[in-house]
Design a protein around this ligand. Sequence first.
Ligand code: G4P
Length: 529
Amino acid sequence: MSFLKEIERRRTFGIISHPDAGKTTLTEKLLLFGGAIQEAGAVKSNKIKKGATSDFMEIERQRGISVATSVLAFEYDGIKINILDTPGHKDFAEDTFRTLTAVDSVIVVIDVAKGVEEQTEKLVEVCRMRNIPMIVFINKLDREGKDAFDLLDEVEQKLGLTVTPMSFPIGMGYDFKGIYNLWEKNVNLFSGDSRKNIEETIEISDLASQELTKLVGEKPAETLRDDIELVEGIYPEFDKDEYLNGHLQPVFFGSALNNFGVRELLDCFVEIAPKPRPKQSEERLVKPDETKFTGFVFKIHANMDPNHRNRLAFVKIVSGTFERNKPYLHVRHNKKVKFSSPNAFFAEKKEIVDISYPGDIVGLQDTGTFKIGDTLTEGEVLNYKGIPSFSPEHFRYINNADPLKAKQLHKGIDQLMDEGVAQLFTLDLNGRKVIGTVGALQYEVIQYRLEHEYGAKCTYENLNVHKACWVEPTDKNNEEFKEFKRVKQRFLAKDKQNQLVFLADSMFTLQMTQQKYPSIKFHLTSEYN
Ligand code: G4P
């Protein structure tokens, strides 16, 4: 197959949702359609159950599984589909934000009863800012839930989307009869048989026909006719370009557990979802069909075996082909590197691969040379943008609890930060190290991993910080900036890139500081240019 055809047939996406909305179940059903797995239950849930915060086994289990499910690839209808896993747990949200830099589109899963939840709001906001094309799947229609129109309203209001239903439910919960597919103009009847993989659909060219009444009963048929009239009256018609530009979001209804409405979603997805998209680097826009390889690291995963402290760096291929044993430029190190056993991912397995194409993800064995955001090329100096650090929510001093292991601690912290587990800040005043995280769970993960992977022990000490703000002075030499640095010295630190950060102890302090020093800009993300 030609290089261009290989690009054309790739779809790389992520599924985002609040925990428990049905992401794992949907992923599994998609893999079943692709024939990539034979039975349900093959995709392990990659989530930390509630209340397991102190259960280290659970953390380890989660890490183990998440290697296996980091990328799930399968073929459907001649299309190569790569699903990138996005942890739903809020403490791992940053991992998800980074993964979103490597997807070309997303599917948002929403629970029909719970509606739009907190994590969904946050993740969709990131996708919206980047104009990532989104399809919405409203799940669990076999259960009693919110009215479909109310839900569509909620999705528009809370998520700031413009929706267009592609399917519509006939009844719900106990009275759930099936869905009407506006895209294909047919009815799909729900039998509630979860073992059924292929559903039967019945063409309904005219909703006014008696056939519909016979199929679903008089009242539901009447309601559906009214509903569809309303849908057609109030929602914009589907427009592929609008969807691709991130301005219009098609919505499907179904039940992942019952494998209902999933095929419709998948068929529409392969038809409309974008093939690998061009990506902006600091230097220029890079197109997938350029012949020279470029790619970037969006995730690093530590090996669970402490005897082999290798890590796996996940690289998204942006342009050209990635070939085994070919030397590539590690841009940050300005060094050529070669990989003898790059991994590609298929369903839940990984295998060594000779050649990979734009849209694909390769896993590269890494002994500590990579960090998140690193770019690889065939020689051109390029730096991919779009992997900013967000201000952490939690801050603690990290102390060495075993003076004989200071070197190990230092190395461990360094590598864990490169993996993106948390952020390190070094105080200007006294050189003390502060770890900032998105969730409290990360502190336990860090402590556990430092001990088990690096043989180092640490303790934490609380620190009252509300937000870390990256500081951008208009003029480094002006009096205002000098005064700011003098007055706020106790609250200034450097991040790992040696950028100046102001650790504000409250929103109020931040506002006052901003007022007092108007020529300085305070940013809540590290990449503000
Ligand atoms: P997540 O990855 O988004 O966190 O959700 P997951 O797929 O694990 O689904 C969360 C729960 O919701 C699971 O039940 C799952 O079986 C259920 N579920 C998913 N889709 C549907 C659906 O269409 N209808 C109904 N009724 N339930 C659905 P659980 O009891 O928490 O887990 P399990 O013991 O079944 O694994």
